[in-house]
Design a binder for this molecule. Structure first.
Ligand SMILES: NC(=O)c1ccc[n+]([C@@H]2O[C@H](COP(=O)([O-])OP(=O)(O)OC[C@H]3O[C@@H](n4cnc5c(N)ncnc54)[C@H](OP(=O)(O)O)[C@@H]3O)[C@@H](O)[C@H]2O)c1
Length: 313
């Protein structure tokens, strides 16, 4: 059975759009109508493509107007904004409003890429399929960050002294990887579990030697990476732990990319991906491989837990 050809627009014009475009250009089942930057916003979002990718920032408030315009123009929307993977964790009113608008217009909104969107949620749920009576979940990722743009690296927490890092983390200017609460809530909602609270910690990894990257230099004595540890509590006990080691030069800290999922349940599950999933290629793949499942999904704002797996179609 031949699936109908889908039209797609990529809005943002950064690294993710570039990588998704490369995949779609080799995919005859998709007609890529264009990759647009800020100056092409109106055109991109009003074109009425079957699916619009909004890949600009990480924050729900910053992508909401773009999503609204694309939905009003009759497009399904995928956004890579991490907060949008489970928007109710950030702003319930706004999430409900856009969910209602999507239902009214008969289109679907999905927030997702590799993380959130796959490693800490969709893959975890798949792994839960091989056990039952899940007691706790522990997911760890070691990720090479060197492929991101300077603005993303600065927001993540790269290139700061220890004091600057502490100050930036306190104000939120440094966020580390965003999206753990979203992934945790996606998994919890699907498993019918209520998370009471989420504890978070982020610690910089200072580099003793300078590191030259394509996008920015990292001076000696500043952060070449960071360690994040998020814990979601259920009934007073840790239920979902997420550990993230990100660095722009993993070899310098004796690490290599790796993904690991441990599920304590009736039958233990221990999944190791070695080498771990590449953040750039993996994110582009999940997005490109989600066009069709989003176009075929029921209307409303969905999460990856509502959809079949992303497949390269
Ligand atoms: N869920 C996931 O797994 C996943 C995966 C990859 C990326 N992401 C997220 O998706 C976003 C895009 O990633 P990327 O790697 O493509 O980043 P990037 O290389 O920094 O590109 C971002 C692009 O968006 C533009 N932009 C930024 N803010 C904008 C705004 N408010 N309105 C319009 N355009 C705006 C930038 O333009 P200027 O250069 O003019 O600022 C740039 O062209 C990031 O927030 C990233 O964290 C999530």
């Amino acid at each position: 059975v031949t699936e109908p050809r889908l039209s797609a627009v990529l809005y943002g014009g950064g690294r993710l759009c570039e990588n998704v475009a490369r995949i779609l250009e080799g995919r005859p089942s998709v007609e890529l109508l264009g990759v647009f930057r800020r100056d092409g916003r109106e055109r991109a979002l009003r074109l009425g493509a079957d699916v619009v990718l909004v890949a600009t920032t990480s924050f729900l408030s910053a992508v909401a107007d773009d999503i609204r315009l694309a939905v009003e123009s009759g497009s399904n929307v995928i956004t890579s904004a991490e907060e949008a993977a489970f928007p109710w964790a950030v702003d319930e009113t706004l999430a409900d409003e856009l969910d209602g608008l999507a239902r009214e217009r008969g289109v679907t909104i999905l927030g997702g890429g590799l993380n959130p969107g796959f490693s800490f949620d969709a893959l975890v749920l798949t792994a839960c399929g091989a056990t039952w009576d899940v007691e706790s979940i522990r997911v760890g990722r070691v990720v090479w960050l060197g492929g991101f743009s300077a603005s993303i690296l600065r927001r993540l927490g790269i290139g700061y002294s220890a004091d600057e890092f502490a100050a930036g983390a306190a104000t939120g200017a440094i966020s580390g990887h965003i999206g753990f609460p979203q992934s945790m809530r996606i998994v919890a909602q699907k498993l019918g579990v209520r998370i009471e609270r989420i504890e978070r910690q982020i610690v910089p990894t200072l580099t003793p030697s300078p590191i030259e990257l394509e996008s920015m230099p990292v001076a000696a004595g500043t952060s070449g990476g960071f360690e994040q540890h998020y814990t979601a509590f259920v009934d007073g006990s840790p239920w979902f732990e997420a550990l993230f080691t990100g660095h722009v030069d993993l070899a310098a800290i004796g690490a290599s990319p790796r993904d690991e999922i441990r599920i304590v349940g009736a039958s233990p599950v221990h999944l190791v991906l070695d080498p771990g999933l590449g953040s750039q290629a993996g994110s582009a793949a999940v997005v490109a491989n989600s066009l069709r499942r989003v176009a075929a999904a029921p209307p409303g704002w969905l999460t990856v837990a509502d959809l079949p797996p992303a497949v390269p179609l």
